[in-house]
Each structure stands twice: as C-alpha cells, then as structure tokens.
Design a protein around this ligand. Sequence first.
Ligand code: FAD
Length: 398
Amino acid sequence: MSFDYDAVIVGAGPVGSTISYYLAQNGLNVAIIDKKRQVGYPLQCAGILSKHIFEKNELPDEVILNSVKGAFLHTNEHILNVEKREDVAYIIDRISYDLFLLNRAVENGVELINNKVIDINAEKGIAYFSNGEQITSRVIVGCDGYNSIVSSAIGNDHKNFQASQMLVSIDEELMNAFRKSDKPTDDYVDTYLFEDILPGFLWVIPLKYNQYRIGLFSNQSHRQQNVFLMDFLKENFSSYEIIEKYKGFIPIYNNKNLLVRNRVLLIGDAASQVKPTSGGGLIIAFDSCKMASGYIKKSIENDDVSALKGYQVEFDKKYSKEFSYQFKVQNTLNLLNDADLDYFFEKLRENDCEEIISEYGDMDNQSRLVKEFIKRGLIFKIIPTFLFKKVVNIFGFR
Ligand SMILES: Cc1cc2nc3c(=O)[nH]c(=O)nc-3n(C[C@H](O)[C@H](O)[C@H](O)COP(=O)(O)OP(=O)(O)OC[C@H]3O[C@@H](n4cnc5c(N)ncnc54)[C@H](O)[C@@H]3O)c2cc1C
C-alpha cells in the first residue's frame, strides 16, 4: 500500500507543531494541516508554564514575559502565601510561542497545508478536507484541540469547561491592597476559590508593567463568566482598565477515551490531556509528544500499526494515578461552599500548611502534596467534620 505521507498531523497548535518537528527530525515525511491561516489566534491561554517546561520542550527567551516564584491563594475571607526561593513558573507570550514551534517544524522539513479536516478513515489512513480533497498517511495524529474531529472519528466523546479571560491593567498599590502584601506584584500569581465557579477557579497572572491576565474556568457559560469576572474586578479594585477579552474551552480528561485506534493517535487537547485541577495542558502534552514520537517511528519502520498502542500503555502508566489524585482533590473541593472554603483555609493556616505547600507543592505533580497531607494526618484537620465520610469515600481511605 502506498501513502502520500508517513505522518499527517491535524492541527498546528503547539502540540501538533511539536510532534511534527520530532517526527521530521527522525527522517519521516510529515505534513501538518491547520484550518487557520494564522495559527495561535485568538489567544486562549493564561500562558503559565512550570519550570519543568525546560525538560519537555524548547522555550526561547524571547517568548518569556515574566517569571514567578509563588502564589497568593484566596478565599473570600483568607489569603495564604506560598512560595519557593527560585522561580517556579514562566509566563509566556503564547501566540509567539505557537509561531516559534510551527516555524521550527517547517524549517525542519514539515510541509504546512492550510485546509480543514472534516473526517478521517482511521483504518486506511485517509484525511478528508472540506474542499473535497483527501490525503493518505501511514499514521494520522490528531492534535486538533478541544473539539477534535479526529477524536470523534475514532469514537471518543468529549466534554469541555468554558473558560474566559481578560487582559487588565491594575495599579501596583491596588494589587498590593488586594493581596494584603507589599511583595513585588509581578513575582506572584493569585488564585481564588469561590463556590459559584467550582470545580474551576479564578486566576490572576502577572505580566510586566502592571498588566494581568485575569480569567477563570467553571461550569458556567461564557456570558455568566464575563459577569462573574466583571463583578470580581469591581469588588476588588477601585480602578482598572480592561484591554482585551478572550474566550476558550478546557477539555475534561476522560480515561475511557482511546488515545490510539488503527492508524490514528491523539495528543494534547484532542486527547483531553489537561490537568483536572488547573486546566493546564502544555507540559503533559509536550511530554506525550516525546512518548508518541518513539511509537510512531517504530510503527513506520516496522510497517506495524499495532506498535502505536504502546503510547496508550505508557501514557496511562505515567499519568493515570496523577489524574486520579487530581480528580479526588477536585471532587473534595466540589463539596465545599464559600463558608467551608474559608474554614478550610483557616485550618490550613493554623496547621502551618503554607510551609508544607511551599515545600511540596508542584504545579505539575499535585499528588506529591496530597500524599504529604495524608502522611502527616492533615486531611481530617482541614476539612469540616460533617464532610469526613464523603472525603473518606472519595479518597478510598479505610
Ligand atoms: C483560557 C485558557 C487558559 C489556559 N491556560 C493555560 C496555561 O496557563 N498553561 C497551560 O499549560 N495550558 C493552558 N491552557 C490549555 C492550553 O491552552 C491547551 O492545552 C493547549 O492550547 C493545547 O494545545 P493543542 O495544540 O493541543 O490545541 P490547540 O492549541 O487548540 O490547537 C489546535 C489547532 O488545531 C487546529 N484545528 C482544529 N480543528 C481542525 C480541523 N478540523 N482541521 C484543521 N485544523 C484544525 C486549530 O486551528 C488549532 O490551530 C489554557 C486554556 C484556556 C482555554
């Protein structure tokens, strides 16, 4: 059987561009397809990446806008401050980063095709375009985002949270008053837990020059989120300027969905590879690109599509426990109303948990902190007594 390409990547977002670059570097004949003429637009990202990014992908200095070393964690009544001595995360210009990754792929021999994929044949390796054309490939990689056509074509069902974000300018003094702190305003992110937006949360991410990306994901519609964000700004800052507004979607991870079927493999938002608690997707997806590229190469070299299945096995082995912990945390938070959240934060402070979170907290590996809380017997000191039974059920304690 002859094919037009060794690998066709659907979607030239950061994940599609990264996997196509790895495959081209391995000497494969690769095409990447995107329906947009200008990839990266409109912005749909808060642009925060943990320091682990450097282990997972290239991050050029030019796209780094800021770095942070900690966070202020808020409920209505309480604020916790957690931090490390060194930078823990980078705030990036996501649009420039997407372009950097795509250019890197094209410069290394990946062919960029501007077209919309409307369906695929997973068994025969055919991608069908909206203009009636089609191409064939030994492997098709779905990196076409939260509403993935490729994922649907292999029988997956996907659900997403809505997310909204604004670029806002706020004076330093007002930000310090909001945090009840005079620490440098651009060294910290803020997160806010409110019962109305659980299981999501609200974030304030500092860029330089008193500009912030303020956004949230939740079960609400974009319209409700816009009202929520406007109320948040009005209640917490006596003056501010909204520069831009953005909307997006965050996939909900579903462990029943397939990552591989016949000649098809999924990575990134198309595979709902997004951290349940934070909605961050890039680090895991970049790691998955590394994993997947080895199986794709092997499958093509040996002309054996069954080799692709190794990717599903390796992904599950590496991430299923972490995702499961994050869902447990999310399910626990979901039980709390605003008064419970205040109680929870009060108890965290009373039990010196700011220090524990500072030491064991890791944006990408949250199970480490949860395990530490369990080990120290803290879980039942920080949640309201009437929820003990439900939390026992969620975590499966005996
Ligand atoms: C508001 C918000 C804030 C976020 N903040 C962060 C953050 O701070 N840190 C973090 O790590 N993650 C964050 N995320 C998640 C992160 O943005 C995604 O995980 C990431 O964009 C996934 O990249 P991707 O390449 O898989 O998909 P996408 O970036 O969605 O790219 C998919 C590409 O596929 C193309 N495409 C789609 N369908 C087709 C088709 N049928 N034919 C051809 N092309 C197609 C699209 O045009 C697009 O270019 C955030 C998400 C949102 C919504």
